[in-house]
Design a protein around this ligand. Structure first.
Ligand SMILES: [Zn+2]
Length: 275
């Protein structure tokens, strides 16, 4: 018999990023926490209404659209444990926040500035984030969610996927952006790794799983091939384009319904097409 486990999907607005709320009758686990503190406050209010303790905030990877809400969640739920699946992911988060502060990206989220000797009131990433034991998140009544992060560098240096046998669900993290332009401002080798991993998911995973992406709506197993096609189209488009404008236009013609053209697609195109 399946264990007791419920899932709520919280679709964030900024970056069309998702947070996932797992619960049983006695506990809640949150996966990722949105791109800004304002949206994270709404997410926290929804969790409070459930009337059960939030035991863990699990961060899938070191990109700020998945962890910027961390300070809000920590303040609203002082007993929560913030966890990642590997020390490398903790390092990615610290490195990204340190870089963001250096270029002024944290002026709108000052509480996320890293704690240092010069800024003793900053966020204590080192002390607040711990490493998940045995690669499993476990709800109070026993349902398990398995975490995997032994992947080659792709959309991020280290991503984490999750699997729940009880829910027949695979959480593909940022290997999949469904109906959302993906972040492709990455090395060519990372793009190759990404395509290979998508093929493996398509071939290896059970066909009847629901796939919950890092960005965009849930889908079925065909979403991996859809993502692969997008990446191939992107590579062909930026290789042929004579200008950034031409590449932007072509990708939006091919994917007219996709969100984040003005943010994620701009960065991806600019990384590959000279001005
Ligand atoms: Zn993301």
């Amino acid at each position: 018999m399946a264990n007791n486990i419920n899932l709520q999907v919280y679709h964030g607005v900024e970056a069309t990023v998702n947070a996932y709320i797992f619960s049983d009758d006695q506990s809640i686990i949150l996966v990722d926490c949105l791109r800004n503190s304002n949206e994270a406050s709404k997410l926290a209010a929804q969790i409070k209404e459930m009337g059960k303790p939030l035991t863990h905030l699990f961060i899938t990877h070191g990109h700020p659209d998945h962890y910027t809400g961390m300070n809000v969640i920590k303040n609203e739920f002082p007993d929560v444990r913030i966890v990642v699946n590997a020390p490398e992911i903790k390092a990615d988060i610290i490195n990204f926040s340190t870089w963001m502060e250096s270029v002024g990206w944290l002026e709108g989220e000052p509480a996320l500035k890293p704690k240092t000797d010069a800024n003793p009131d900053g966020f204590d990433y080192e002390g607040n984030i711990s490493i998940l034991k045995r690669g499993k998140l476990i709800l109070a009544e026993g349902a398990e969610i398995e975490a995997f992060s032994n992947y080659e560098p792709t959309e991020c240096e280290h991503l984490t996927t999750l699997y729940s046998a009880d829910l027949k669900a695979f959480f593909s993290n940022d290997f999949v952006y469904n109906g959302v332009h993906p972040w492709l401002a990455i090395d060519k080798q990372n793009i190759e790794n990404w395509k290979n991993q998508l093929l493996e998911f398509a071939n290896v995973l059970e066909k009847d799983l629901t796939i919950y992406p890092g960005h965009g709506k849930p889908a079925d197993i065909t979403v991996f091939e859809k993502q692969l096609k997008y990446i191939n189209d992107f590579e062909a488009t930026v290789a042929a384009a004579k200008s950034r404008e031409e590449a932007m236009q072509k990708m939006q013609e091919l994917y007219p319904d996709y969100t984040q053209a003005d943010f994620l697609l701009v960065y991806s195109v600019n990384a590959f097409v000279a001005e």
